[in-house]
Structure formats: C-alpha cells, structure tokens
Design a protein around this ligand. Structure first.
Ligand code: NAP
Ligand code: ZN
Length: 352
C-alpha cells in the first residue's frame, strides 16, 4: 500500500515528505489510517540519532490514533471502522516469561519498536506514525473507549503509559507523596494521573514559570529544583519521584527529597548521569530505578482509566509541515504540553 509520511534522511537533516509502501496486512495484522500522532521527545532523539543506532530514512511517531481500514484473515479483536491506537511497541516474541506476564516491553528477545526496529518477519526497518497509514499485528493494537477525544488521545500511548506504569508499580494512591521532575509531555501526564489516583503531587521544575499550570493540571505544589533552601526544606517528603528530564543531569539534589525506602524512577535520560552519591541511598534505603513505557495490557488499563476519569493531555495541534519547528520548540521546553499532528494536513500519497 502506497503511503506518505515525514522522514529524517540523516541525523542532521530536517524532516521532509517521504513516499513509501506499507506491507499488505498479514493474517494477524490490522491496517490503520492514522488520524493523529503525538510528538514525543524520543522522536526528536531518534531523528537526531542522540542514542546511536538510528536507521535512515527515519519516520518517527509512536503516539498513534486512527481508524481500522482492513484486517487480516485471523484478526478477531478489531473490525474495520474501529477507532484504535498504537504506542511504542508493534511486536515481541509473545513466548517468553516477560511476554507471558504482559510486559512485552521487557521481552527476552527484544521488543519491536514502532520505528527504528527490524521487523521480526522480513527484517525491514519499522517506520512510525508520522504517516498516513500503518500496519500492525493485532495483539499490539489498543482499543479506544468512545468517551476518549481522539484528537487528544495520542499522547496517552507513550507519555501516558510511561508515567502510569511506575505510578502503579510503586503504588501511588491516597496518602502517597509523588514528585514529578520536568513538566513536559511525560511530566504533565504524570501529574494528571497521580492526582487522579489520589496522591499528593509536587512538580519539580527548573523555574517557577509553570506554577499556575502545575496547579491547574492537578499538582498541589511546585518546587523550584535550583532553590537550595526550598529543596533542603523538602527533605524526606516524597515516596516516589518520577524524573522525566530528557538530558544528562545531576540527580543528587533529588535523592534527599525521598523518604526512607523512597524511589527515584528515571524515565527521561537514557544513558549516563553524573555520579550519584550513595549517602542518601545507604542512610535511608532510598532507591534509584528506571522504567520503560508499559506492556500492552497495562496500556489498555491506562486508556480505560483515562476514559473513565476523563483524563486527556493538554495538546497543541499542528500540521505535519510544522514538525521541524515543533522539534525546536520542544527542545526549548516551549510546549504546553504535547504537540499532536493532525494527519489530515498531509498531502495525498503519490498515485501509480
Ligand atoms: P519534553 O516534553 O521535552 O519535557 C521534558 C521536560 O524536562 C521539560 O518540559 C522541562 O521541564 C525539563 N527539561 C528540559 N530540558 C531540561 C534540561 N536541560 N535540564 C533540566 N530539565 C529539563 O519531553 P518528554 O516527551 O516528556 O520526554 C522526556 C524524556 O523521556 C525524553 O528523554 C524521552 O526520550 C524520554 N522517554 C522515555 C520513555 C520511557 O519509556 N522511559 C518513554 C517516553 C519518553 P521544566 O521546564 O519543568 O524544567
Ligand atoms: Zn515516546
């Protein structure tokens, strides 16, 4: 099937229109017309090869919402016309212990990413959701409750689940004290979700500029991470801190904020960090952990939770041809709080 998307041709080139083919649906595949796709900071990291290993052309996008246009012969969960979503995963072995307990993101044989991964069957590099169409194995396609607003649902598929999973794992709820470092795409979802779970929520931001936003999103307070006096006063005040900062940064100021047995969960920076001191870890059994998105069942649970509680991200809708400007603005943290691309703005695929 001929389609059109936007691709980076190298780590230094801007994203530009790209005509390509999607595979014909296999027996267990669902073909989807993409309506909207969120813009994640990971898309920018991948397009610019920040993590190494990017394959070009690179079509980013893993916050996908669309409509089913065709299904393979063995598909049972989805029907033509259904509104569906696809997140960061499009395949895994579905055989190992991790897949068996619904954590496909930790598949022992490696999950297949929505972009920049070799397809398990034909080995071709996967191309993501900055495109008109996508074809995905049905087990990795999520159902959307009709209470969700489709135009604002995309960011739940990555920013939403990446925040939801550690909140659930570390039991955020009434009586728990949650900090969220970095109020961007992931951070603002972490605030909304933690608040909806009943936790006391504090935003840790670089400045006080986002104070009013933080409160409107559901936070109880905002702590300026560079204000040493305020940070010292906040010692031992958190059970859980979710750190979404997308670059190398010093986590030493955050660790003493945790109470005994508290956990700092890093979901932002992938790579090295400046040396953490072990003092707060030893004198307080505090932990540093990481977390990768979430499995398909948990993603469905999160989508259903958001539908029930009417939780949607705050989005700024853009046209596909505004993506390069959107990347630059995201780098400056100038987005409140997630860009979503309206795929109706893409030109038609080339005929012939
Ligand atoms: P984003 O929208 O750009 O938000 C990041 C926020 O971090 C900014 O709004 C800003 O908040 C803060 N920040 C930005 N630059 C900073 C700097 N130089 N120093 C300190 N703080 C800074 O990004 P996102 O889409 O939320 O993604 C965040 C990170 O999570 C990215 O690295 C992304 O690749 C990663 N990610 C991980 C997973 C996973 O599974 N673990 C999933 C998705 C994304 P303030 O203005 O409030 O300080
Ligand atoms: Zn993402």
């Amino acid at each position: 099937m001929k389609t059109i998307g936007y691709a980076a041709q190298s780590a230094t080139s801007k994203l530009a229109p790209f005509h390509f083919e999607r595979r014909a649906p296999r027996a267990t595949d669902v073909a989807i017309e993409i309506l909207y796709c969120g813009v994640c900071h990971s898309d920018l990291h991948a397009a610019r090869n920040d993590w190494g290993g990017s394959v070009y052309p690179c079509v980013p996008g893993h916050e996908i919402v669309g409509r089913v246009t065709a299904i393979g012969a063995d598909v049972t969960r989805h029907a033509v016309g259904d509104h569906v979503a696809v997140g960061c995963l499009v395949d895994s072995c579905l055989q190992c212990d991790q897949c068996h307990h619904d954590e496909e993101q930790y598949c022992r044989h490696g999950y297949t990413g929505t972009y920049n991964s070799p397809d398990r069957i034909n080995g071709e590099n996967t191309l993501g959701g900055y495109a008109r169409h996508i074809v995905v194995r049905e087990a990795f396609v999520l159902r959307l409750d009709n209470r969700l607003d489709l135009a604002r649902t995309g960011p739940l598929l990555c920013a939403g689940i990446t925040s939801y999973s550690p909140l659930r794992r570390w039991n955020a709820g009434p009586g728990s004290r949650v900090g969220v470092a970095g109020l961007g795409g992931l951070g603002h979802m972490a605030v909304k979700l933690a608040a909806a779970m009943g936790a006391h929520v504090t935003v840790l931001s670089r400045t006080a500029d986002k104070l009013a936003d933080a409160l409107a999103l559901g936070a109880d307070e905002l702590l300026v991470s560079g204000d040493t006096e305020a940070m010292a006063k906040a010692a031992n005040r958190f059970d859980l801190i979710i750190d979404t900062v997308p670059v190398k940064h010093d986590i030493n100021p955050y660790l003493p904020l945790l109470d005994i047995d508290g956990t700092l969960v890093i979901v932002g920076q992938v790579g090295t960090l400046p040396e953490p001191s072990t003092v707060p870890m030893i004198f307080g059994r505090r932990r540093i952990a990481g977390s990768l998105i979430g499995g398909i069942a948990e993603t469905q649970e999160m989508l259903d939770f958001c539908a029930r509680k009417n939780i949607h991200p705050d989005v700024e809708m853009i046209r596909m041809d505004q993506i390069n400007e959107a990347f630059e603005r995201m780098e400056r943290a100038d987005v409140r709080y997630r860009f979503v691309i309206d795929m109706a703005s893409l030109p038609a695929p080339q005929a012939g």
